[in-house]
Design a protein around this ligand. Structure first.
Ligand code: ATP
Ligand code: MG
Length: 486
């Protein structure tokens, strides 16, 4: 059995005082009165989560127990179970609400649902009785830029922010050194920090947590993973992803209509996904209008008998039009490397959409031409308001982030795992991006030329063109159904 242990305040402050939580009592009183007769034991259905409650993450059969890197109960067994801490309110809390100054910061790029999470963190903090809640403007930069003032937050301020996209607090990349951020946290008297962002932001949050530990200051640093790409390890899904897939349908449908209405029309839609093609794959599957889906996980050829261009030619000859969906990280090998980096140090990717458009035009020039239209809906999708399903996810994540901080955990992030809400130690989820065709461990499996197995039997096969089959259906994924690949 292996457990992901999450850092707790008592690890460094063994004498830390705990207080009885009033969170559930406040929630419970009106409900138990109303339903007193029907529910003899309200403790059972409005109780607290026990610190020892775990959720089963996975059961793995290793060829040798040592390769599991985990303790096995039986040294000869090669089955390892991994358990994660269940999220939720605890009976004992490690901060007195009236002594809390909580700060929220949003970093990286935009993602639908940021405002929903901010809103729910504020509301939950208020339910605990916290009076001092502030927003740090424009990401980690807000800790150092002198002209950026803290934004006081309350239920009144956040009540309707979820009705629009973006981030109430603003976002940014780059920013001050970790030690400067922690100096600023100390100066401001912040003792709970909620960090909303992707892998970079979480690396920062973990470094802030470590630095606070090193200085022995009692600060709870809790992350909420924000990645529209859905590329965070061990989580069922991250907020914003569902909205992105839904919103991408509009772009795909437009590309389809353009391609379908043009003489020898080809539509290209580029969707988010730097290292993982989840959005492109799901949006393609949902739309039923994509002929070729290109994702970073699957290498493909443009030219040659098994290349994308040859297949497009076949589609124009047989159907008269075609639509391609490409994840932004697909086919980067074809593009000239610039070595350019953004303010956070992430590599700037080449535009696969523009490249495909140029190559397709060139290829068809001598053979009847093609009317190629390229749509990049990235910024339209990122700025959307969260849909209902993401709204729910954000709400529960926001609540649990606050419960985790009050419970005394720090250096953790909240996620949904096997449908349960849980706390992960930050380093476990940002060690590498989650990818399609990942093995159960999250590594990329052997992606062969024709057919390879993926993730827990869900993904069936990879075609020669980087076209996939799902749920046991092997072959080219065509807009008018499935058909085999030679
Ligand atoms: P997105 O998914 O939008 O890229 P992200 O959180 O990965 O989100 P980044 O721009 O990479 O976005 O990083 C956000 C913030 O985290 C930046 O302010 C950056 O300076 C900081 N950061 C990134 N990596 C680290 C790191 N290894 N240590 C400390 N801070 C980091
Ligand atoms: Mg990132």
């Amino acid at each position: 059995e292996a457990r992901f242990n999450i850092p707790h305040i008592t690890d460094v402050f063994p004498d830390a005082v705990s207080y009885p939580s009033t969170f559930c009592l406040k929630m419970r009183t009106p409900v138990s009165e109303e339903f007193a007769e029907g529910y003899p034991s309200d403790e059972k259905w409005h109780g607290y989560i026990n610190n020892n409650d775990r959720v089963l993450l996975k059961v793995i059969n290793y060829s040798s127990p040592s390769s599991a890197g985990a303790e096995c109960i039986d040294p000869n067994c090669s089955w390892v179970e991994q358990w994660v801490h269940r999220a939720g309110p605890r009976e004992k809390i490690f901060f007195k609400p009236e002594e809390v100054k909580a700060a929220i910061v949003t970093c990286g790029g935009l993602c639908p649902g940021l405002n929903d999470v901010i809103r729910q963190i504020v509301i939950t903090l208020e339910i605990y009785g916290v009076k001092q809640i502030v927003g740090i403007p424009f990401g980690y930069r807000g800790f150092s830029e002198k002209d950026l003032a803290e934004m006081p937050l309350s239920r009144k301020v956040v009540q309707n922010v979820h009705l629009s996209g973006g981030s109430l607090l603003g976002v940014s990349r780059g920013g001050p050194k970790v030690s400067d951020i922690v100096d600023s946290i100390q100066e401001r008297g912040i003792n709970m920090l909620f960090v909303l962002g992707g892998n970079g932001t979480h690396a920062g949050a973990n470094a802030i947590h470590d630095e606070c530990r090193r200085r022995r200051i009692k600060v709870a640093v809790v992350g909420v993973p924000k990645t529209i790409d859905n590329d965070i390890m061990l989580m069922d899904k991250t907020f914003g992803f569902d909205t992105a897939v839904e919103e991408a349908q509009r772009a795909i449908n437009s590309a389809y209509i353009e391609a379908h209405s043009a003489y020898r029309g080809i539509g290209i839609v580029k969707l988010m996904g730097r290292s993982s093609g989840f959005i492109a794959m799901q949006a393609s599957l949902a739309s039923g209008q994509i002929d070729i889906c290109l994702i970073p996980e699957v290498p493909f050829n443009l030219h040659g008998p098994h290349g994308v261009l040859r297949h497009l030619r076949y589609l124009l000859e047989t159907k008269g039009s075609a639509v391609v969906c490409a994840a932004e990280g697909a086919g980067q090998d074809f593009l000239e490397k610039t070595n350019a980096k953004d303010a956070s140090g992430n590599a700037v990717l080449g535009d696969i959409g523009v490249y495909l458009q140029q190559e397709i035009k060139k290829y068809f020039k001598e053979i009847g031409g093609a009317d190629v239209k390229y749509i990049d809906p990235t910024y339209m999708i990122r700025a959307c308001r969260a849909n209902a399903s993401d709204g729910i996810l954000c709400t529960v994540l926001g609540q649990n982030a606050v419960h985790g901080a009050f419970a005394g955990y720090s250096g953790i992030t909240v996620g949904i795992c096997n449908t349960h809400y849980v706390y992960f130690p930050i380093p476990e989820v940002i060690s590498k991006p989650r990818v399609i065709f990942g093995t159960i461990e999250g590594n990329v499996g052997s992606v062969g030329k024709d057919a390879t197995l993926g993730n827990g039997g869900n993904v069936a096969a990879v075609g020669k063109f980087g076209i996939f089959g799902m749920l046991g259906i092997v072959g080219i994924f065509g807009s008018d159904g499935m058909f085999g690949i030679g």
